[in-house]
Write a protein that binds this ligand. Sequence first.
Ligand code: V47
Ligand code: SF4
Length: 381
Amino acid sequence: MTAPTDPKLAAIRDKVHAGERLTFDDGLALEATSDLFTLGELANLVRERKNGSVTFYNVNTHLNPTNVCVYRCAFCSFRSDLKGPTGYVMTDEQILGRAREATERGCTELHVVGGLHHQLPYEWYLNIIASIHREFPDLHLKAWTAVEWDWFEKLTKRSTRDLLAEMRDAGLGSLPGGGAEIFHPEVRSKICDYKADADQWLGVHRTWHELGGKSNATMLYGHIERPEHRIDHLLRLRGLQDETGGFQTFIPLAFHPSNNPLGKGIPKPSGMMDLKVMAVSRLMLDNFPHIKAYWQMLTAKVAQVAQSWGADDIDGTVVHEKIYHAAGSDSPQEMTVADLRRLIEEAGRVPVERDTLYREVVRDQPVGKRWQTGRRLVTLN
Ligand code: V47
Ligand code: SF4
């Protein structure tokens, strides 16, 4: 391995080898380099320290109960106006049908997020969780982004703590990482003014962690943000993780520019940028156990390579995906377990099925075939 010629990168390399924390300036230096090999070498070192050669995947599906949304985030291709031609609200039967389908396919997780509907009360969102949990108690419900929780607080005038505790008692399992976008107000005010700001987003996760819950975090990159905004974003997450330890995984989300106002004239992030953001995230978020290369977002090809640039998770089977497909994603809607395992094995990694809380899932039969239902036998850890 040859030493990097850039002296800043050489100093960072020494720090990473010594297990020292990187600073904001280190983050900027990592962002500035085009030495992708050194970035990969360093991120891979941290990845293997934390997770060895394992890459996690899960068997999951998504549920977006409505796309009607009071907000108008400039990057969003999924939302609809209240009376828009593409607006929908799923019926209780459709929602339970989706949960039934998930269970029959052997899913361990249902990822539930949607729009902030102008007229539906908080109780509608609560009932989704309660009714699915009543019928399918083994399905882990990873539900509602911090933006949605902030909306519930506005709707009910109750504290987020109270709402989170109520929904946990009704069957909520964990919080997804969406809605974080870019925290810095210079960018946030341009791409998603009005919705929960950085402190509100972080506040929801802090409260959930204080209640003993686990959650994820994301960052939407590749639009109008600059490197300093990305590093700022990562350091705010690292700060909260120092306080609570409640984050499990970080997911960098590549911006998809089709069918949304922000995307005009902006190309999709390049492969180079995808790998750089992945590696920088792994290096800056030294207290996050996992970094996810979400294949739906990155493409299966980049998710495969990202496993050598810091990622130790590629997400799951997914099946029903609306948010990125509305924004021009040409990834398939679904991957079989066999597809996911092949992606991982070809990258020289060891595939391990996990549940939402990163416990290994052991099945009594392989779920290599899409329609084969696996029964969870033992959960380790
Ligand atoms: O918050 C919306 C992003 C997020 C676009 O927690 C877009 O395991 C790119 O957070 N281009 C929701 N991104 C999805 C999300 C997520 C996904 C997978 C796993 C997990 C997890 C969380 O999708 C939004 C926003 O940042 N998004 N529109 C777009 N045009
Ligand atoms: Fe609404 Fe979420 Fe789309 Fe923003 S990203 S407009 S909050 S659905």
